[in-house]
Design a protein around this ligand. Sequence first.
Ligand code: TRP
Length: 478
Amino acid sequence: MHNMDERKGFRSNLGFLMAAIGSAVGLGNIWGFPFKMGRGGGFAFLLLYLLLTAVCGFVLLLSELALGRMTSSNGVMAYGAVSRRFRWVGWVTPVTAVLILSFYSALGGYCVKYLVLNVGSLLGAPWGAAGRDGATIFASLIGNQAESVIYGMIFLLLNLLIVMGGVSGGIERFCTVGMPALFVMLVIVIIRSCTLPGAAAGLRFMYAPNFEPLRQNFLDVLKTAGGQVFFSLSLAVGTMVTYGSYTDRRQSLTKNAAVIAACGALVGLLAGMAVLPAAFATGAPMEAMGGPDLLFITLQNVFGKMGPAGPIFGILFYALVTLAAASSSVSLLEVPVAYLTDRSRLLGRGDRRRRYTLWATLVAAVLCAVTCADGLGTNGLWVPFQRFFAGAERLPVFCESWLSFLDMIAEGLLMPLCGLLTCVMVGWDLGPDAIRREVELHGNRFASYGFYRFCVRYVTPLLMLFILWGQLKNFFGF
Ligand code: TRP
């Protein structure tokens, strides 16, 4: 394994944290968390979410980081290095990562387009958003296949350039500048959003404690919160294993995992204060408070109605979202790239990062182009399994569009499955003690080991099983 010595990682622990937080903080936080929190009981939901972050998020995150660091390998090889029985699980990770990357980039492309639109409005150019309603803008964007594909490709190109730059020279550098910038922009947008007339309704919706949803359908809320914790911490895709493998052995893994998990939750809360008050202030309908509609219709309308300052806040906001999305997508692209470069290095062929980044991006580009051309199912493209349900009253969610279809395979099946198996592997095959040894290197303490051990063996796998069931239920609608 002497070639492994050349494997380069993050330059500093701060850089690693920025990259990992960048991966965690993405579209999921901005368009998913606020609305789910409001719907799920506000403050009551938050308590449940934090509890799940501890028993599920933190435990899996720590396991993945340790797994990567102890094996110094990418997702694929790390599983093989510690377990024969679970070796194949490693292979699931690059597949899932590329699938998520493809539809995530389609959405990232939309963000870039909105950034451009708001620049246009600021300049008073005809290609700006001025005078047009959010719904019209969005419909014409997704209806224009060529344009959507081009923006998707621009977003992927950005990823390509960053990942080609290497772990420290590309990803770390981008996130070390990008994450603090994102934070500053977020704070500015929060101040504007919370001072709009009628903003209080949004804050009340999101924060007011309401135990009713928990009392009425506790399992539903638990499933939503669990899925969110899991997706928002970028778990079970090989990302955190890979990033963990680039970290310094002297650093405390428990502290790092706690910081990442806490920042994920914090940005979710902040994002809620940025988007919901503004959305409520314009009196948008309830259905438009989450998902693509929130970002590309509701909020564009907010900026449209803000007068001369609108485009400036629009630019800030869409730049922020693009940054959040790009710092997540580079961590997805890094999963297959890390595997290919490690493999090449072990075979004595050198690093060849550039070539492999290009290959992986091309695969994602094909699927991304299809997703863009499909326009969230509005352009009548053939979608797998759709004909199957031609006679049905309502299509199952997973075949409504290419985006949902890819999302179903990734988020609905492969991710929860991989999360569950990772937990079972660490808890029962490899054993939590191996994780303890890795954590305690260089005199670091593992004060929560008793808690960790109990969770990783019993609590987390059961919750993961439950989340898997919940995801299947969401996508297949049974
Ligand atoms: N955490 C990202 C978000 O909240 C999405 C995501 C899920 C992700 N799994 C990932 C990002 C794996 C990078 C790697 O939007």
